[in-house]
Design a protein around this ligand. Structure first.
Ligand code: ADP
Ligand code: MG
Length: 248
């Protein structure tokens, strides 16, 4: 059996009695790329909040590599190796993509190497490689403010990777992107999935079709069903909960 990188056991999150997550049981394997979908209000963002420690489960527990995360503060959970990309990019617009990546990877080094300035050769190589992976080599030295929305998203994914987390959490990375930019993000996540465990929350079904291996459908705070993209797409319960949303 594969080692589990993430498990939730019976996780319930109540907000004044309203259950945003309701006895949620979920697990993913080390090295897996998992996509979580579900209609608006299904609890997707709350699910990420409960993994990162932003929200505590009212009942149940979250295990990361077998370790119970209960009561750990967010920064400590991040340090254990869980990185999160939020919906809107949080990059330094006045700095270049290269500088953005340098800052992020420096932050994770010991203070000693940062004190003496200049990134060392190995790090330069890894930043060079990362710029290639995110497709920003030719734009590496222009202010990030000049990047398109999709390029900013790719840069932020690069910054997440620069922190070397064991698990990457990515919340709706293609919201508001053009088809071409959406496709690029998909290819980037597929490339990263070769050596990372990634949990992606997404709405855009074309995008899910592009990247999906195993898909989990959340509905009213619980897992409605799980399977391949085709299995999930043809599941009558899934069709039912999505029907009300199609007209949006
Ligand atoms: P999704 O990301 O799937 O759209 P959310 O996790 O954001 O769903 O929200 C799930 C449900 O929980 C929604 O009905 C939302 O209104 C509610 N909710 C989320 N956060 C809070 C909160 N802090 N207080 C009260 N209700 C919340
Ligand atoms: Mg959400």
């Amino acid at each position: 059996m594969n080692a589990k990188i993430l498990e939730t056991e019976n996780v319930t999150v109540s907000f004044d009695g309203f259950k945003a997550l309701n006895q949620l049981n979920f697990s993913m394997d080390l090295g897996e790329l998992r996509v979580v979908i579900g209609p608006n209000g299904a609890g997707k963002t709350t699910f990420l909040d409960v993994i990162t420690g932003k929200v505590q489960p009212t009942i149940g527990r979250v295990l990361f590599k077998g370790k119970n995360l209960r009561s750990l503060p967010e920064h400590q959970i991040a340090r254990l190796g869980i990185g999160r990309k939020f919906q809107t990019p949080r990059i330094y617009l006045n700095l270049t993509p290269r500088e953005n990546l340098e800052i992020t990877s420096n932050r994770n080094k010991n203070a000693f190497s940062t004190l003496f300035g200049r990134p060392d050769a190995a790090e330069k190589n890894s930043i060079k490689g990362l710029l290639e992976t995110i497709g920003l080599t030719i734009k590496a030295d222009i202010p990030a403010t000049l990047l398109s929305h999709g390029e900013k998203q790719r840069l932020e994914i690069g910054m997440l990777v620069a922190q070397s987390p064991d698990l990457l959490l990515v919340d709706e990375p293609v919201a508001g992107l053009t088809d071409e930019e959406t496709y690029n993000i998909g290819e980037l996540l597929l490339a990263l999935a070769q050596n990372h465990s990634i949990l992606v929350i997404e709405h855009d079904m074309e995008f899910v079709r592009q990247i999906a291996r195993k898909v989990t459908v959340l509905h009213e705070g619980s897992v409605l069903c799980e399977g391949s993209f085709e299995e999930v797409q043809n599941d009558s319960r899934v069709i039912e909960v999505y029907l009300g949303q199609q007209q949006e």
